[in-house]
Design a protein around this ligand. Structure first.
Ligand code: FAD
Length: 541
């Protein structure tokens, strides 16, 4: 029988192990896991800290005994792989219980590495005082800290896990401050969407400090780069992860440009008998002709399954990664897939933007919540390059539809033709995703040109007239400087008073602006609609 040894018994490793067993009843499968647990729900850890998940047992999806009973897996926890002899095909293992214990060996025909990622450390005084949230053990330590009823906490890093951690600490009544070195929270999102998440944090009493790093950690809190002191009896570091390549490095496996394990399309490393999956490896990027680091559970699980297929001789299609991710921050949901605008700009890629600020379901049905969606696409071929959404319910569905469209390589205007489920509690007869398709279709094929909020100043300087086509009342409550109010329903009557253009038109979210723009163009004027209207303009300020 083939002998397969797997290093790391959580997302990627365990998916590979169980799939292997389903494909090969005779294989000898050994899973070696350094921590005390296998198959645990890392993604649930923040919610365990927040007591949303009350019982630690609920985080443990499997135990070695159950995995043996069902899959005949030889799962050894508390067991670290400390070396690989590639010539002789064995791994060297050491029990974590007895540091001095002898190193033993286990032979393999195929080896799968799924060692995950490790937290990026900070080279600052007092770093050792900071808590991490990577493992069940880390979560247990934080829960222990909380039992001493601290009053305040600082979370360093406002990425997905950092914000989940902040929310869950706030649930315990702590005064929480989030510190982020980037100029915004959730750097994976573009700033005009991230600001909506920041607003939600502030509304729930979480203080947010961006554009500053932590310089020192003390038992009372932290000192920032700019000298400010921030109180936090508990300080949690969540500044990101890097691939755990310690073992791969010792074994002389090739690393990629981003210091992740380099793999081919079948997830083979530079040694054809050693595969690697999950957070530790560099991923083929679905948007650029490049490799990326994407540390997400779905990707790790998919890769684990595919590697098992490959070992068992089953052909499977190589699927590059989009990096589809979602987070809930209090009542707001933020999600992203593909590249954001910042990354497209940095890569010098041509792109256009469509946005919409729809309700998640028919506005006449109770409970409708608004959301903001932004889609970036290639103007030459219509390929969707990225999408982001922030709102309440229904954000998850829209980002998943968009990610599916991207996987299927649907051009952006085809979103208009998707036949999506509708009844009033769930959507609108024109789903927000259809609306994005209409916008893109108009843009690509009907000459409807949108202007981004950051283009307004330049267009005004070139003599464009900025028209606010909302009502007088809306205009009074706040408008873009330099705009003239000309409500869409009165536009035809006011033509003699607004000049001859060219016109830059905006409304609240873009819909009335679109109607006004088509009207003006129909009359022979040059006109462009401000993408996402006043709402996007304000968020971008
Ligand atoms: P892991 O699941 O991290 O497993 C690697 C395992 O290998 C570890 O248990 C480690 O102990 C073990 N190991 C490493 N080296 C050795 C060795 N030498 N010998 C033996 N064992 C070793 N992703 C999402 O998509 N959505 C989320 O909501 C989400 N939330 C998260 C929240 C938190 C708090 C954390 C920490 C992660 C979250 N993630 C989330 C990321 C997700 O958990 C990872 O992408 C995924 O677990 C990666 O799978 P993996 O198999 O590559 O590594």
């Amino acid at each position: 029988p083939r002998r397969v040894v797997i290093v790391g018994g959580v997302a990627g490793g365990m998916s590979a192990a169980t799939r292997l067993r389903r494909l090969d009843e005779h294989a000898v499968i050994t899973v070696l896991e350094r921590s005390g647990y296998v198959s645990y729900a890392s993604c649930g850890l923040p919610y365990y800290v927040g007591s949303v998940i009350e019982d630690e047992e609920d985080l443990l999806l499997q135990t070695p005994a159950r995995l043996h009973a069902r899959f005949r897996l030889d799962v050894r926890v508390g067991t670290e792989v400390v070396g690989i002899d590639r010539e002789r095909h064995y791994v060297r293992v050491r029990s974590m219980d007895h540091e001095s214990a002898q190193v033993t060996t286990i032979e393999y025909d195929k080896l799968i590495l799924s060692p995950g990622a490790s937290a990026i450390g900070l080279d600052i005084p007092g770093y050792e005082r900071m808590r991490l949230l990577r493992t069940v053990e880390d979560a247990g330590r934080l829960v222990g800290d909380l039992s001493k009823t601290p009053r305040s906490a600082v979370v360093v890093g406002a990425g997905f896990v950092g914000l989940e951690t902040a929310e869950n600490l706030a649930r315990h009544g702590l005064a929480v401050t989030v510190v982020e070195a980037a100029p915004q929270v959730l750097p994976a999102l573009d700033p005009e969407l991230a600001i909506l998440v920041e607003d939600e944090l502030l509304a729930h009493g979480v203080a947010v400090i961006t554009g500053t790093s932590v310089a020192e950690v003390h038992e009372w809190g932290v000192i920032l780069d700019d000298g400010r002191a921030v109180e936090g009896e508990l300080v949690v570091a969540s500044v990101g992860v890097r691939p755990d390549v310690r073992l791969a490095r010792i074994a002389g496996l090739t690393l990629g440009a981003h210091d992740g394990i380099a793999v081919d399309e079948a997830n083979r490393t530079s040694d054809p008998d050693i595969y690697a999956v999950g957070d530790a490896v560099e991923k083929f990027d679905a948007i650029g002709d490049t490799m990326s680091l994407i540390a997400l559970a779905n990707v790790a699980n998919r890769q684990g399954r595919r590697v098992a297929d490959h070992i068992c001789g089953r052909a499977s299609r190589h699927v590059p990664s989009l990096g589809t991710a979602i987070v809930q921050v209090f009542s707001v949901v933020a999600a992203t897939t593909g590249w954001n605008e910042r990354r497209l700009v940095a890569a010098g890629r041509r792109y256009r933007v469509v946005r919409t600020h729809p309700m998640d379901h028919a506005s006449y049905y109770p409970g409708a919540e608004s959301m903001s969606i932004k889609v970036l696409f290639d103007p030459d071929n219509g390929m969707i390059l990225g999408a982001q959404a922030v709102g309440g319910s229904g954000v998850d569905k829209r980002i998943d539809i968009l990610a599916t469209a991207m996987s299927g390589r649907l051009p952006v205007e085809e979103l208009a033709n998707l036949e999506l489920a509708y009844s009033p509690p769930f959507s609108s007869a024109k789903d927000p995703v259809n609306m994005l398709g209409y916008l893109a279709e108009n843009m690509r094929f009907a000459g409807c040109d949108l202007a981004e909020p950051n283009e307004i100043a330049e267009l005004l300087a070139h003599g464009w007239t900025l028209l606010d086509v909302r009502t007088e009342e809306e205009h009074r409550q706040g408008s873009i400087p330099g705009s003239v109010c000309a409500p869409v329903d009165e536009l035809r009557e006011r033509l003699d008073r607004i000049g001859t253009g060219p016109f830059l038109v905006y409304c609240a979210v873009g819909l009335r602006g679109h109607i006004a723009t088509t009207l003006l163009k129909g009359l022979g004027y040059r006109a462009r609609n401000v993408s996402g209207g006043h709402r996007t303009y304000m968020a971008a300020q």
